[in-house]
Every structure is written in structure tokens, then in C-alpha cells.
Design a protein around this ligand. Structure first.
Ligand code: AMP
Length: 585
């Protein structure tokens, strides 16, 4: 079906930060934007300084920075000055326990105030913040903390007992653990964070970090191998700030709700840093999705700008536009979505339920910030991710034999989405994985691993991933990580993991398993394997379904052909089978 473009009238974007796309692109300069931030002496730059201290220094300390809504609706408010004081205390606590510049501080927390305070305090201390998703099980946690050489961890007592205690002896770099919600005496090697914070001073001079000093470590997954730690530096704050202004239309004083969890990059770049650098109030809900609750938050908190994800939008659609109509959503000015393909129906449904479309935008862990977006002032073509940010050069390319890269000259040709490196929030490395990092670049382009097309007006259209990585409910799942956990079960000989289309979550994880000689494929064993994976991996990445196969299709070199598993499962053409090893069915 052809979807009609949603035309914007000038009254739809009165006061928008980006008024005219072409002009903005023609006049944009990253270095000019950087001069609008505060900076530190001697050319230093620190994300937390830009997010919090700069506002306090300018006399805006009394403004509301963060409001955390508890599961029981209890509200905890922090002004910019409160947030600064708390972050200072945490920085002092880190310093006291010997956590220094460049050392990694991990978090494993729900969306509680401590998470936000820890992020900012870690950055102030010149240490590196690496947030873990709280729905991870012990295996993904262990892998990430090991790769990142975690020096300290801030974790709730419940998560500690359940997820860290069993693996603590394997986390050899881990020096200290800070426990939140600590009821019992802390175990050896851990302290009660509340007590540490109470004993610490609330003044702290932000460590003089340089723009190229490492600030954030976000993990992502590829088709094979261990998770990759994308290294981001303090200079990324320039991109967080500008993209929030242009792609999300953030203004000082806006009330902003980013529904992403800081365990994923969106929840840090736009769930902490960007709204604060832009002087907005950040709303955080500790509870999980529930349609009525979300509408109530939009109404009661008078949200102006809302940044959410396709899975959530599809769940709201399921509840019906009638539910939205029961709430006063008149404060809402702009709605954006990210993380997975936003189907055109969902974009248009925004008009019906909220009187405005959802604005899709595109980026990934490696890019650190939004790269392609639908802007408030620009016509929306439902199903398109929009156009590149001012300051970002994108293209559709083809990898030719011999490694040459060719840009597609014609519109609507499918190829790999590529970006010209050079924006401030681009990852600087995959930690200790030089080769994997190098492979992302060719011919002067950063190759994103996504397939896309560009139309004759410069709008980009997502087609799919070029690799086997799965996107389930917006969370990136590396099949290899799931297969490895399944392989640890004594009954499993081989495992192949793919994404299966799902109406709400986009994709769900499904595993195919070949059992060891003599093991019977019973329903009981299937359930046991599902339980095993869930316990090890956590609900965010464990398979939702498992099917037994006598053999899995493999290449002659022994690699499981996930592409073929998927084609067979979905009844699609099997494609080129020349590398397939002969199969015993
Ligand atoms: P992550 O690194 O976990 O943020 O995942 C990044 C990946 O999510 C991208 O490479 C895309 O495959 C997918 N993605 C992000 N935003 C969009 C979007 N607007 N439309 C389609 N896919 C998206």
C-alpha cells in the first residue's frame, strides 16, 4: 500500500529548533556547536559538567532536572543543584574507594535515582560509565564486565544476590561493589551505598577530562563472537546536545520522557545526557509498560516531548486510540521513535490517537547519537526513517569485489547504509578489538550493517540487517551469545538461533537445537532448555521458543547456516545453497 506523506503546516512547527532542513544542513558546523557548550579549562570537556554543572553555574540550579516515578507512583524530584550535589557525593565515594580516571564503573540497577546519580558522578570522576540492562542474566553480565575490566559495580542488593554473587569469583578485575537498597550487612567486598554517600562531601571538582577521554562503554552484539564494547568519549556530548535540539526539538524547560532503559544506549544518550544538556526536565518511570499508566504519565507530568519505541507504540495501538482520547495530552508537542522499524500504520496511528505523527529516527550503539531523523518541520513519509542530521553525511553503498565501495547513484536501490565518520559521538573503538573495529570501515565510510534505500528526495528507508543480529522489542540480541548459553547444557550438540517476525516485538528469538546422540527430544527437555537459557541469559535475550532438529544446516566449514534455518522456518526461498554441507534430515 502507498502511504501518503503527512504534510506539515507552518503552525505545526512554530518555534521548532530546526525550521528549514536545507538551510540547517548548509549552515551547520560541529565546531560552532561545540562553542555553545561550557567546556572545562585548558580545552577540557566533560559530559557531566555540560549536563549539570553548567546549568548550576548559570544560576539555573533550582530548575527541576529529574523526576523519578516509583512503581507505587511515589515521586522523587531532583533539581539541577540536587543532582549536582548527589553526583558530587558519588564522585567522592568513587575517589575514596580508589576508582580513578579511565577505570570502568558498571551499573546493574532498575531505573532508580541512584542510576542517574551514578552515571553523572562517574563521569565527574573521570571514570567510565558502563550500564548493564537489569533484565540480563549472569552470563551476559559476566561477559560484559570481563571485557570491560570492571573496577566497580553499583547494584541493588536483590540483583547482587541473584545475579552477581554466583559469578563474583570470576570477575577478577572487580575491586568494589556498592549496594543500593541494602538491608542486611553488606557481604565482603561490598558497602552500603547510602552510608558511603552520607559520609561523602557534596562538593567535588570535576576531573579535567579531555574531549577524547573515554566516558561511556556501551555493549552491542554482532553475528559471531563475544559482545563488543563500543567506546565513547566526552566529546560525544556535543552530538547528544545538538541531536536532542534538532531531532527531538528539545527546548530549555521542556518536560521530556524517554522510555528507554539506560541499560541500552538510547536510555543514556537521550534518557540522561541530551535532555539535561538542553536544560529539560527528565521524567523517569520505574515501572514497566502498561497502556493506561503511560497515558496517565503523559497527562499528569504534562510531557512536551516523548521519545519511545515501536514495540511500545504497537502495544498502545493494540489497546486502541480510544484509550488515548480519555486523557488530556494537550501538552504534547513532539513524539519520536527509535530502535527498530516503525511501520507506517504506527506513524499514521499517531495522528488518530495524538493528533500528530510519530517521528521515526535511526541510529545505533556505535553512532552514539541520532543520525537520521524525521524533524518537526519536515513532511513525514510514513515508513521512512527521515533524512540525515545536519553535520552527518549518509549514503547507500555496495561492497564490490576486492573491497571497493561504490555509492549507488540512483534512488531506491538497496544497499548498505554508510556514514562518513567525523561526528563527535562516533565510537572510537571496540574495546580491545582492533580488528573488529577496523572491519567497520572501508573507502572512507563507516558501514552500519543495515540495508536501506534512499529516495529521490533524500529520505532513507530501512530494509533490514545485513547480518544475523536479532532485534526483539528494540533490544539487540547476538545469536552467538544465545547459542553459547544453550551449548552449555549437557543435552545439546548444536544450536542455531534466529529472529522470527512478531506483530508486537518486531522479532522474537527462536532456537533450533540438535541433541547429543541418544538424548530424546521430549517436551520436558524443551521446557528445561527454555528454563536453562532464561536463567543464564535473562528474559531480555533468552529464546521464547525452541525446536528440535536432527541436524542443523551447516556450511562445509562447519558454520551453522542461520539464514537457511530462517528461510525454512518462514517458508521463504532457500537461496544459494552451494556452501551447504549435505544434510541428514
Ligand atoms: P542498537 O545498537 O542496539 O541501538 O541497535 C541499532 C540497530 O537497530 C540498527 O543498526 C538498526 O538495525 C536498528 N534500528 C535502529 N533504529 C531503527 C529505525 N528507526 N528503523 C529500523 N531499524 C532501526
Amino acid at each position: 500500500m502507498e502511504w501518503k506523506a503527512i504534510r506539515k503546516r507552518s503552525e505545526d512547527f512554530a518555534g521548532a529548533n530546526l525550521q528549514d532542513y536545507e538551510t540547517s544542513v548548509a549552515t551547520f558546523s560541529w565546531s560552532q556547536e561545540q562553542t555553545l557548550l561550557g567546556g572545562l579549562p585548558q580545552g577540557g570537556l566533560n559530559i557531566a559538567h555540560e549536563a549539570v554543572d553548567r546549568h548550576v553555574l548559570a544560576g539555573r540550579g533550582g530548575k527541576l532536572a529529574l523526576r523519578c516515578i516509583g512503581r507505587d507512583d511515589r515521586v522523587q524530584d531532583f533539581s539541577y543543584a540536587d543532582l549536582q550535589a548527589a553526583a558530587n557525593r558519588f564522585a567522592n565515594v568513587l575517589a575514596r574507594w580508589g576508582v580513578g580516571k579511565g577505570e570502568r564503573v558498571f551499573s546493574l540497577l532498575g531505573r532508580t535515582p541512584e542510576l542517574y546519580i551514578a552515571a553523572l558522578g562517574t563521569l565527574k570522576n573521570g571514570s567510565v560509565f558502563s550500564p548493564l540492562f537489569s533484565a540480563f542474566g549472569p552470563e551476559p553480565i559476566k561477559a560484559r564486565m570481563t571485557i570491560g575490566a570492571a573496577k566497580a559495580l553499583i547494584v541493588s542488593e536483590t540483583f547482587y544476590r541473584r545475579k552477581i554473587e554466583p559469578i563474583r569469583h570470576e570477575l577478577t578485575s572487580l575491586g568494589h561493589v556498592f549496594l543500593t537498597d541494602c538491608l542486611d550487612d553488606p557481604p565482603a567486598g561490598a558497602t552500603d551505598l547510602a552510608a558511603d554517600m552520607a559520609a561523602a562531601s557534596d562538593s567535588f571538582e570535576t576531573v579535567l577530562t579531555g574531549p577524547e577521554d573515554m566516558a561511556l562503554l556501551h555493549f552491542t552484539s554482532g553475528t559471531t563472537g563475544r559482545p563488543k564494547g563500543a567506546v565513547h568519549v566526552h566529546q560525544s556530548v556535543v552530538a547528544h546536545h545538538v541531536t536532542g535540539k534538532l531531532a527531538l526539538d528539545l527546548h530549555p524547560g521542556d518536560i521530556f520522557w524517554c522510555t528507554a532503559d539506560p541499560g541500552w544506549v538510547t536510555g543514556t544518550s537521550y534518557g540522561i545526557i541530551s535532555p539535561l544538556t538542553n536544560g529539560a526536565t527528565l521524567i523517569v518511570d520505574q515501572a514497566e509498560f502498561e497502556a493506561e499508566r503511560w497515558y496517565r504519565i503523559l497527562e499528569k507530568q504534562k510531557i512536551n516531548v516523548w521519545y519511545t519505541a515501536p514495540t511500545a507504540i504497537r502495544m498502545l495501538m493494540k489497546a486502541g486510540a480510544g484509550v488515548a482520547k480519555r486523557f488530556d495530552l494537550s501538552n504534547l508537542r513532539f513524539m519520536a521513535s527509535v530502535g527498530e522499524p516503525l511501520n507506517p500504520e504506527a506513524v499514521v496511528w499517531g495522528l488518530e490517537a495524538f493528533g500528530m505523527p510519530f517521528h521515526d529516527n535511526w541510529w545505533q550503539t556505535e553512532t552514539g547519537g541520532i543520525m537520521i531523523a524525521n524533524y518537526r518541520s519536515m513532511d513525514v513519509k510514513p515508513g521512512s526513517m527521515g533524512r540525515p542530521l545536519p553535520g552527518v553525511t549518509a549514503s547507500i553503498v555496495e561492497r564490490k569485489q576486492g573491497g571497493e565501495i561504490q555509492e549507488s547513484a540512483k534512488p531506491m536501490i538497496m544497499g548498505e547504509l554508510a556514514l562518513r565518520p567525523g561526528w563527535p559521538s562516533m565510537m572510537r573503538a571496540y574495546l580491545n578489538e582492533e580488528e573488529r573495529y577496523r572491519k567497520c570501515f572501508a573507502g572512507g565510510w563507516y558501514l552500519t550493517g543495515d540495508l536501506a534505500m534512499r529516495d529521490d528526495e533524500g529520505y532513507y528507508w530501512f530494509v533490514g540487517r545485513a547480518d544475523d543480529v536479532i532485534k526483539s522489542a528494540g533490544h539487540l540480541v547476538g545469536p552467538f551469545e544465545v547459542e553459547s548459553a544453550l551449548m552449555e547444557h549437557e543435552a545439546v550438540a548444536e544450536a542455531g538461533v534466529i529472529g522470527i517476525p512478531d506483530e508486537i516485538a518486531g522479532e522474537v528469538v527462536k532456537a533450533f537445537i540438535a541433541l547429543k546422540e541418544g538424548v530424546e527430544p521430549t517436551e520436558g527437555l524443551r521446557k528445561e532448555l527454555l528454563g536453562h537459557a532464561r536463567k543464564r541469559l535473562g528474559p531480555a535475550i533468552a529464546p521464547k521458543d525452541i525446536a528440535f532438529r536432527k541436524n542443523l544446516p551447516k556450511t562445509r566449514s562447519g558454520k551453522i547456516m542461520r539464514r537457511l534455518l530462517k528461510a525454512r522456518e518462514l517458508g521463504l526461498p532457500e537461496g544459494d545453497l552451494s556452501t551447504l554441507e549435505s544434510e541428514e534430515q
